[in-house]
Design a protein around this ligand. Structure first.
Ligand SMILES: *[C@@H]1O[C@H](CO)[C@@H](O)[C@H](O)[C@H]1NC(C)=O
Ligand SMILES: *[C@@H]1O[C@H](CO)[C@@H](O)[C@H](O)[C@H]1NC(C)=O
Ligand SMILES: *[C@@H]1O[C@H](CO)[C@@H](O)[C@H](O)[C@H]1NC(C)=O
Ligand SMILES: *[C@@H]1O[C@H](CO)[C@@H](O)[C@H](O)[C@H]1NC(C)=O
Length: 708
């Protein structure tokens, strides 16, 4: 039965979310806004930091805005030519919505110039801009095929490495062809082994390679229906191709990124949505490593769930450098690991001084066997945080690496955007747990804050701007860019206990000034500041008491959510109780796809049983709690009605922030409300529909499609 434990939480959550919306309308002086064209949406998406300036790729325009004042310093217009516009419209494509020049590649050149590509009314073009005294000028315009997508919805990524552009993009109008290229080198068009309906997410330069992150149809899994897998691929920066294989990469290989809840039947988050930059940090007392974070979701037609997993670059490199290659003997035969004896030398994927001089056999091997066996397992062995609210998924992620606390420990502060316009601020509070076997894979996610930035609109991009003078978070949706403080210590806590309970690495209680502050001064004057990110309380705070499991109302008032928080953390991302049940038989370190396939196909009965049990129990619990609360709410001010103490427990957090009557915190903070706590909040929504009844069939239908 313990197997179904996570599903319990999935469904409890499912029924706990039909809540009234409380949008933030107030304007906060600490928020800076940039809206560009006020009458038409600029279709913001792409941003690039240039020192203290932000370059924004928009529709027919590139803005250069100051990150300090958030005002436009320069603007560059690039409309599609009449001719291209006409031929686009003639093809029956919507003129206003698609036949424009959507800027999709922005790269700074070492000479200060700006390399730009745009969809240019479905005829992509690139330009090399230089700055002049009165604006920008371009030297030449080149075709953008294989560098830039054709349409505004196609997903691409591009990066400069050693003065050359590496691009991963769809390469035709319909989006049915795609490539990873550094012209003239390219992946083989229409070769499903190399790329199979990919959606590109990010690219990074690391060591001797350029890495590409994407999701695609899993060719090794195709006999069990279509499944999307997440991948990381890489090519050598010094790849020069091979004369017998014109324009083909000689170093392109890829491997699956695994983000799953381990167990006998792992719960998979297969669809990569975003990755962070590669950062360096130290975790659980281990030696410093380079890692990146990724946001993964379930498929659109499945139970809505998102997760964040971290990976070390070491584990990625290890698979490319030492793992097995996957191959098929004939077109339809099963996928199997290629025996080491058949692997040519020097090993495919290693960067050789001159790829043109290597053997044909080595290039053929690389061309025909781009996929590595197995998958990259996440750091800690499981996701750092999982969320299962059906109203939204995670979209973009950015990380402020290794933020130092008063005690000298360091935390990665993760900011993640959602499809409904929120930004979550998350840490793994166990990332500094002392070195030891029991702590090795421990994670304790804490959602420090949930900020409603663009209610109802997806967050399309995030960026952290940090200098010695100021720091801010830049958040992008299609019609607006906002900048906001990374923390709001003073507004969110007015006492020592509350300040420490925020568990925010940026916030510490200043004893001499009696203030919850993010002042960087704390690093140099540690004795004057109280902070305890790991435990959320400190005995120097008069209003801070340690929370105890048998002390439901105990601790400082802001600790009330802890019981729930701890429960969630364990099921929603802490070391899952099923870890012990992990069955090495389903370990995907081999190319035995049929084994994987059968275990997933086979598991459906088991899952179905778990799901049904969970649905029924959730309905019952939800109904009882909903009934209790609907009665309470009638009596009290809706703002105080929320049973949640503060927002740290993820489940209650968003409900509370939506529940605040007049948004005194600009949607940015959640004050503590001293009320008892409960598992599910079912408050009648403002439209009068009963929360329990709105949980009737919709989610259950959705549920039926999942993995069954
Ligand atoms: C806003 O966009 C519309 C349509 O693209 C354009 O006609 C107008 O000139 C733009 N306004 C400004 C101030 O750029
Ligand atoms: C943006 O504008 C600033 C100020 O004029 C300038 O220094 C910077 O080079 C510009 N960046 C780009 C990429 O045009
Ligand atoms: C691009 O990515 C977004 C976000 O994952 C997705 O919603 C969209 O469908 C993708 N576009 C295409 C053409 O697949
Ligand atoms: C931690 O997780 C890794 C990756 O899943 C696993 O190989 C390792 O055995 C785990 N270590 C402990 C001590 O549980």
């Amino acid at each position: 039965m313990i197997l179904y434990y996570p599903f319990y939480f999935l469904f409890l959550y499912y029924f706990g979310v039909f809540l009234p919306l409380c949008d933030s309308g107030s304007s906060d002086p600490e928020i800076q806004r940039f809206s560009g064209n006020l009458s038409h949406s600029d279709d913001f998406k792409l941003i690039l930091r240039d020192g203290d300036f932000l370059i924004i790729g928009a529709k027919n325009l590139i803005y250069n805005i100051s990150l300090t004042s958030f005002e436009t310093v320069r603007r560059l217009e690039w409309y599609p030519s009449e001719q291209d516009l006409d031929s686009c419209v003639l093809k029956g494509i919507n003129k206003e919505k698609r036949c424009q020049n959507y800027i999709r590649v922005l790269a700074l050149k070492s000479d200060g110039g700006l390399f730009v590509c745009g969809t240019h009314a479905y005829r992509p073009k690139c330009r090399d801009y230089v700055q002049t005294a009165n604006g920008y000028e371009y030297r030449n315009e080149t075709p953008g095929d294989a560098l830039c997508p054709f349409g505004p919805d196609q997903n691409n990524t591009a990066i400069f490495a050693e003065t050359k552009l590496y691009a991963a993009t769809p390469t035709d109008r319909a989006g049915s062809l795609y490539s990873i290229s550094r012209l003239p080198l390219q992946t083989r068009p229409s070769d499903v082994l190399q790329l199979n309906e990919p959606n590109f997410v990010n690219s990074q330069v690391y060591g001797k390679h350029v890495y590409f992150f994407f999701r695609e149809s899993a060719v090794e899994f195709s006999n069990c229906g279509k499944v999307i897998y997440s991948r990381v691929a890489r090519v050598c920066i010094n790849d020069q191709g091979h004369p017998s294989f014109k324009s083909l990469w000689t170093s392109y290989h890829k491997v699956r990124l695994d983000c799953s809840i381990p167990g006998k039947f792992p719960f998979q988050f297969n669809e990569l949505q975003s990755t962070s930059d590669i950062i360096r940090g130290s975790y659980s007392g281990r030696d410093p490593v380079e890692i990146f974070y990724g946001v993964f979701t379930t498929p659109d037609n499945a139970l809505s769930a998102s997760a964040i997993c971290a990976y070390t670059m070491g584990s990625v490199q290890d698979i490319f450098d030492n793992g097995r290659f996957l191959g098929q003997e004939r077109f339809n035969s099963i996928w199997a690991e290629v025996p080491e004896s058949q692997v040519p030398s020097p090993r495919p994927g290693h960067c050789v001084p001159d790829s043109r001089a290597t053997s044909d056999a080595r290039v053929i091997f690389t061309r025909d066997k781009p996929l590595m066996a197995g998958s990259v397992r996440p750091l800690f062995g499981h996701p750092i945080i999982i969320q299962t609210n059906p109203r939204f998924r995670f979209t973009k992620i950015t990380v402020d690496p290794q933020v130092e606390t008063v005690s000298g420990s360091r935390f990665d502060v993760i900011f993640v955007g959602t499809t409904d316009g929120h930004v979550l601020k998350v840490i793994n509070s166990a990332s500094n747990a002392p070195n030891g076997h029991e702590n090795y894979n421990k994670t304790l996610p804490v959602v420090i804050d949930e900020i409603s930035v663009f209610p109802g609109k997806p967050i399309l991009n995030l960026l952290i701007y940090r200098t010695i003078y100021e720091s801010k978070l830049v958040v992008v949706t299609d019609s607006e860019v906002q900048a906001m403080p990374l923390s709001k210590c003073e507004k969110r806590a007015n006492s020592c206990g509350k300040c420490v309970a925020l568990q925010d690495p940026y916030c510490a209680w200043d004893i001499s000034r009696s203030l919850c502050t993010s002042a960087r001064l704390r690093i140099w004057n540690r004795d004057n500041f109280v902070q305890n990110v790991e435990e959320a309380w400190d005995n120097r705070c008069p209003d801070g008491r340690p929370p105890g499991p048998n002390d439901p109302g105990g601790g400082s008032d802001v600790r009330n959510g802890d019981r729930l928080a701890t429960g969630d953390r364990h099921s929603l991302g802490g070391s899952p109780p099923l870890t012990a049940e992990r069955n090495s038989g389903t370990d995907e370190t081999t190319g035995s796809n049929c084994e994987i396939a059968t275990s997933q196909c086979f598991s459906s009965d088991t899952l179905a049983f778990g799901i049904v049990t969970s649905v029924v129990s959730s309905l019952v619990i939800g109904f009882i709690l909903g009934y209790i609360f609907s009665h309470r709410c009638k009596k009290e001010d809706p703002g105080v009605c929320s049973p949640y103490a503060d927002g740290r427990a993820y489940l209650d957090h968003r409900t509370l922030s939506r529940h605040l009557p007049n948004d005194t915190y600009g949607g940015l903070g959640v004050p503590a409300i001293n009320k008892p706590i409960n598992l599910v909040l079912n408050v009648p929504p403002k439209n009068g529909k009963n929360a329990n009844s709105s949980a009737d069939n919709k989610p259950i239908q959705k549920v039926k499609k999942i993995y069954l």
